[in-house]
Design a protein around this ligand. Structure first.
Ligand code: 5AD
Ligand code: SF4
Length: 490
């Protein structure tokens, strides 16, 4: 998911009297947090709305990763100030405005200074206190709560509500790890999200069981550095690796497809690589950011691996799971990047062949070592390199999609398609797939023959006689098909 993406709020109503509008920016961690804020505020009498004008409470769940993402918040707040003023002059009930997420954490008081309409600023580690904080700002706006708490926020969050989960869809994020100790020299995350913390195995399993009971069929285990996961495992009395956690999720009687994101190359342990060959429910897709292909730039970025290390890692992962689809993040124009360094990035891309990728111009972030360097790359050079890289990545994406034409893939159907009589879902490789088919298959994994690759989605047909009626156990389907998929791709 693009970290600059603006995300739709969930649409859930349960007859509460007050209305909540949450707008989330940025990464999957924010998507998860936004859902949990809504869960937390439901017992306080808030229903979610998709219309800010109807809301009694508006939360902007913000992203600080690049300057553009941060500045979007202040322009959005400008619009909300006008909304607040209009409400007041019309004698309507007041609307309260909360800034949450990483801009809240990084800017704190500065937000109140720049935009007086804001009632409350709350960081990603303290949003579990929202009900109490909202009571405190009643009649006395202008509170900032961004201290990293001693307590574990997850212990204070209510479990995801079954009704809301059912409406949110059949794929869900589950935060298993937060924060980052890596300190890449371009990145604000270690400062805004704090040190690495992992949730205990049992807490993760309990959350997944609840999600599955509410209709979820695929979980993505998420964390800023998810493969650095080391949560406490009551079964062994020691900490578990991400591979162990995946094995425990796969062993649940509630069958779910499993994904995880985002990973750091240095934390791809041998057991995690082996999981890609051993765990049937683990989808053959891996988002593994490399950022750049020049060893000089990787060192300056404090990535602590070389391009060769990354290529060797990719080879090991492909040996474990030959059909795995790889995705990555790239930054162009990190300080000091020369044309030759950039060519090394293109060479790495050429060698790996990515199924998808996100790429960005370097954005100097206050407080990070990269921002202080005197050898910043001019904007036009960054932009030109980005454009060149994106052409190559897009060609690879299209080639990957075309290569799935003719194959039979187990597709998890998620929602009705854009056209009547169609349903839409995701392939194991996270490609959007649509077919002509009945809505009753939403929430099921069904074999689909891929017929065509469009620019943004695949078109296929349900395989007659195999589970199109929804009568067969999905697990049987996916087991049989995964073997076929692997065979076909070797
Ligand atoms: N400038 C540009 N891109 C950045 N990212 C993180 N920090 C910056 C920055 N300062 C990108 C990285 C990371 C992704 C989430 O965002 O590629 O993997
Ligand atoms: Fe940021 Fe690097 Fe940590 Fe990823 S690993 S969150 S890029 S500091």
């Amino acid at each position: 998911m693009s970290p600059d993406q603006t995300l739709e709020p969930a649409r859930v109503a349960s007859g509460n009297s007050r209305k909540l509008f949450v707008k989330s920016y940025g990464c999957q961690m924010n998507v998860y947090d936004a859902s949990r804020m809504a869960d937390l505020l439901a017992p306080e009498g808030y229903d979610e709305t998709t219309v800010p004008d109807d809301a009694d409470l508006i939360i902007l769940n913000t992203c600080h990763i690049r300057e553009l993402a941060s500045e979007k918040v202040f322009s959005e707040l400008g619009k909300l100030r006008l909304l607040k003023a209009a409400r007041q002059s019309e004698g309507k009930p007041p609307v309260r405005i909360v800034v949450a997420g990483c801009v809240a954490q990084a800017e704190g008081e500065e937000i109140l200074r720049r935009q007086k309409a804001v009632d409350l600023v709350v960081g990603p580690q303290t949003y579990h206190r929202l009900p109490d904080l909202l009571r405190r700002v009643e009649g006395k706006p202008g509170l900032v709560d961004t201290d990293f708490p001693a307590e574990d926020k997850f212990d204070h969050l209510v479990a995801p509500s079954p009704e809301k989960t059912a409406v949110r869809g059949v794929s869900a994020f589950v935060t298993v790890q937060e924060g980052c100790d890596k300190f890449c020299s371009f990145c604000v995350v270690p400062y805004t999200r704090g040190a690495e913390v992992s949730r205990p195995v049992e807490a993760v399993l309990a959350e997944i069981k609840g999600l599955v009971a509410a209709g979820v069929r695929e979980v993505t285990l998420i964390g800023q550095n998810v493969n650095a996961y080391h949560g406490f495992d009551a079964a062994t009395g020691a900490s578990a690796s991400l591979a162990t956690l995946i094995a425990r999720v796969a062993a649940l009687p509630e069958h779910v497809r499993i994904r995880y994101t985002t990973s750091h190359p240095n934390d791809m342990g041998a057991d995690l690589i082996a999981a890609h060959s051993d765990v049937v429910a683990l989808m053959p897709f891996l988002h593994l950011p490399v950022q750049a292909g020049s060893d000089r730039i990787l060192a300056a970025m404090n990535r602590r691996h070389t391009a060769r290390d990354y290529l060797d890692l990719v080879a090991s992962i492909r040996a474990a799971r030959p059909d795995i689809a790889l995705s990555s993040d790239f930054i162009t124009g990190f300080p000091g990047e020369t044309d030759a360094d950039f060519e090394a990035t293109l060479a790495l891309v050429e060698e790996v062949g990515f199924a998808s990728a996100f790429s960005f111009k370097y954005s100097p972030r206050p407080g990070t070592p990269g921002a202080d360097r005197s050898d910043q790359v001019p904007e036009d050079v960054k932009a030109l390199r980005l454009a060149k890289l994106q052409v190559m990545l897009e060609d690879q994406r299209q080639a990957f999609n075309r290569a799935t034409v003719g194959r039979v893939l187990p597709v998890l159907f998620e929602k009705p398609g854009r056209h009547a009589g169609q349903i839409a879902g995701k392939s194991p490789y996270l490609q959007a797939v649509h077919v002509e088919g009945p809505n009753v298959l939403i929430g099921r994994v069904v074999p689909v023959e891929i017929l065509e690759a469009g620019p943004n989605s695949l078109h296929g047909r349900l395989i007659p006689g195999q589970d199109a009626t929804g009568s067969r156990d999905w697990e049987q389907d996916i087991r049989g098909l995964d073997a076929a998929v692997v065979e076909a791709s070797v």
